[in-house]
Write a protein that binds this ligand. Structure first.
Ligand code: ZN
Length: 597
């Protein structure tokens, strides 16, 4: 049934309909969508006009005339009036739990929120939840080293920023990058963050000039406090209702029907199952659990390990646990990306967040358990290390889809090794899109290595598997701006100087492929989603403009009119979508912050 098309396809279907009464009943078509401008992303038949849906899956794809021949007694027919239709998109790197947690607590949806507005949110939350044990939220618009000023607020990064609003219970806020937090004085006292005490392994905290901790806590030291907050988490039903439903609704509004939760906590599966039980899971979810090394507390390490020990598991058509996530290095802006050569004007080659030897050993272990591994790697040396680790598994014949997350500074010498070892590259086109922060990065890495950023063209030319993700809550989920950047290598609307456009730019068809089939392949679902093909789930979106006909500089204006998951509408334009996840930023550096990962 894979290649049904036009007359021949219709004949095949027709002949199967004449087999007998009982078969007749099972060939009842639920829906036929006609007169569309359908871009299928199916290489065999890229364009079509109509499709038929049965039991939540595409049954046939072709011309309006042929599809209408399949109409049975109860079939509903919808005229798409020439609209552009494509497969539902795959968001292959996202942290929905971070967004959900902020929404359930104190969400800072815009970088332009003033300090007074922030305080008003805290006061309101305390009034509405007088018994709350914690004041928690984010993402805060960049906490800085050495008590440097927080952007927009222009007040120093230390505990006082919270003490003013809450001093009778612990408070914790994440920085935008999700690797650094700030706590209030109450929390510092309660959890022993004081002069003389050392931060836990893998973490650090900042000190003022007198050697007192400032309340800025990093990496595992931030986790240590965050995990105390997580102990008090609401039930899965509660988290599903108040946290995840709004996040998924917003994802649907941008055309996403499948996501990869790439650093999942062990209980996220229960949250997704709770959503399924309520019939409110409106995207498919592929899960990578974080390796226990990234947690601090014994209790959470154990929960994670117990889940990992059970092995990969398909929980339903929508929920699938396939992998383990590692974080190897940091970021360019903070000079924590692990580089082969030092950052300009320094001897610093970056910072291993986790031991690369431990990582290499675990890749083989997980591979043998049936898991895929994805590792955050920004610097060229960290990327080379991931390739080395995957190469070990190729030596004994493993074909698992291990990959690199972010894939930023790729040494051109590694392009062929990426292909030879079939390394999957998850790209972050939003935060590597040319923007004013590029100047900061240039100062850190120099002109030559700047040209290595986000090398779509040379990797595609070699046939490397690629996918894309926003890394929410780090970047907004809107895919249309980064998609335009992939084609133009410029800011939306063709603003500013292109960055290595000649060598790295790709076509809109290639960009769509990365956001659909590329993501589906990464999620090990290329036979289920990613294209409008008979037999696959009827996940599709209707847009307000034809991506293949408009000027590339218009791509960022795209609006989704409707989103369908398994044939069912999960979003229609005009619906009130809660504005909850991080809003578009104006000239806010994506890579320039010391805390950005
Ligand atoms: Zn991430």
């Amino acid at each position: 049934m894979r290649s049904l098309k036009s007359k021949f396809g219709a004949l095949m279907v027709a002949s199967s309909m004449f087999v007998g009464g009982s078969i007749m009943a099972s060939t009842e078509i639920d829906m036929i969508y006609t007169h569309g401008n359908v871009y299928t992303v199916d290489a065999a038949h890229p364009k079509a006009e109509a499709f038929a849906i049965k039991n939540g899956k595409f049954y046939a794809v072709g011309s309006t005339e042929d599809m209408l021949k399949l109409k049975t007694k109860h079939t509903k027919v919808v005229d798409m009036q020439g609209k552009f239709v494509m497969p539902g998109m795959v968001e292959d790197h996202i942290h929905p739990d971070m967004a959900a947690e902020n929404i359930m607590n104190i969400n800072i949806p815009t970088p332009e929120m003033t300090y007074e507005e922030f305080g008003a949110e805290i006061t309101k939350f305390l009034k509405e939840h007088p018994d709350t044990k914690w004041i928690f939220g984010g993402p805060m618009n960049w906490l800085k080293d050495h008590e440097g000023n927080i952007d927009v607020w222009n007040i120093p990064s230390n505990h006082k920023v919270l003490d003013k609003w809450v001093n009778d219970r612990p408070a914790f806020f994440w920085d935008l990058g999700g690797h650094t937090g700030v706590i209030n004085e109450f929390a510092m006292k309660k959890y022993g963050i004081k002069k003389g005490n050392k931060p836990p392994k893998g973490g650090s905290w900042d000190y003022d000039k007198d050697g007192n901790p400032t309340g800025i806590i990093r990496e595992v030291a931030a986790n240590m406090i965050w995990e105390e907050f997580l102990k008090e988490r609401p039930s899965p039903e509660e988290q599903a209702k108040r946290g995840f439903i709004p996040v998924f609704h917003e994802l649907n509004s941008y055309g996403f029907t499948s996501i990869t939760d790439i650093w999942a906590r062990p209980w996220n599966i229960e949250n997704y199952q709770a959503l399924e039980d309520m019939d409110r899971l409106t995207t498919r979810v592929t899960i990578y659990v974080t390796d226990p090394v990234d947690w601090h507390g014994k209790w959470i390490k154990k929960l994670t390990q117990d889940l990992i020990d059970k092995g990969p598991h398909k929980y339903s058509d929508k929920v699938n646990l396939i992998g383990i996530k590692f974080v190897l290095d940091g970021s360019a802006g903070g000079q924590t990306a692990v580089m082969k050569e030092p950052f300009i004007g320094t001897k610093n080659r970056g910072f291993w967040r986790n031991d690369p030897e431990y990582f290499k050993k675990k890749v083989v272990e997980y591979d043998k358990m049936g898991y895929v591994v994805r590792a955050h790697a920004v610097g060229d040396r960290a990327i080379s290390t991931v390739i080395d680790a995957i190469e070990q598994t190729r030596k004994y014949g493993s074909t698992r889809r291990h990959g690199i997350a972010h894939t930023v500074f790729v040494d051109p010498a590694d392009y062929d090794r990426i292909k030879a070892n079939d390394v999957l590259c998850d790209m972050s086109p939003y935060f590597w899109m040319p923007d004013p922060a590029i100047e900061t990065i240039k100062a850190d890495v120099g002109e030559e290595r700047l040209q290595w950023i986000f090398p779509f063209r040379p990797l595609l030319d070699r046939g490397v598997h690629m996918s894309a993700g926003s890394d929410l809550t780090v970047s907004p989920i809107n895919p249309w701006k980064p998609m335009e950047g992939m084609v133009t290598r410029q800011l939306p609307g063709g603003v500013g100087k292109p960055v290595n456009a000649k060598d790295m730019a790709i076509t809109i068809e290639e960009a769509i492929y990365i956001y659909t089939m590329g993501g589906a392949y990464s999620e090990q679902k290329e036979n289920e989603i990613g294209s409008i093909t008979p037999g696959k789930f009827a996940d599709f979106i209707v847009l307000d403009q034809n991506l293949l006909e408009i000027k590339p500089t218009q791509i960022h204006k795209t609006k989704v009119l409707s989103t369908f998951l398994g044939g069912r509408q999960v979003y229609r334009s005009g619906e009130d979508v809660p504005h909850i996840t991080y809003k578009e930023r104006k000239n806010v550096p994506f890579m320039g912050s010391p805390t950005h990962q």
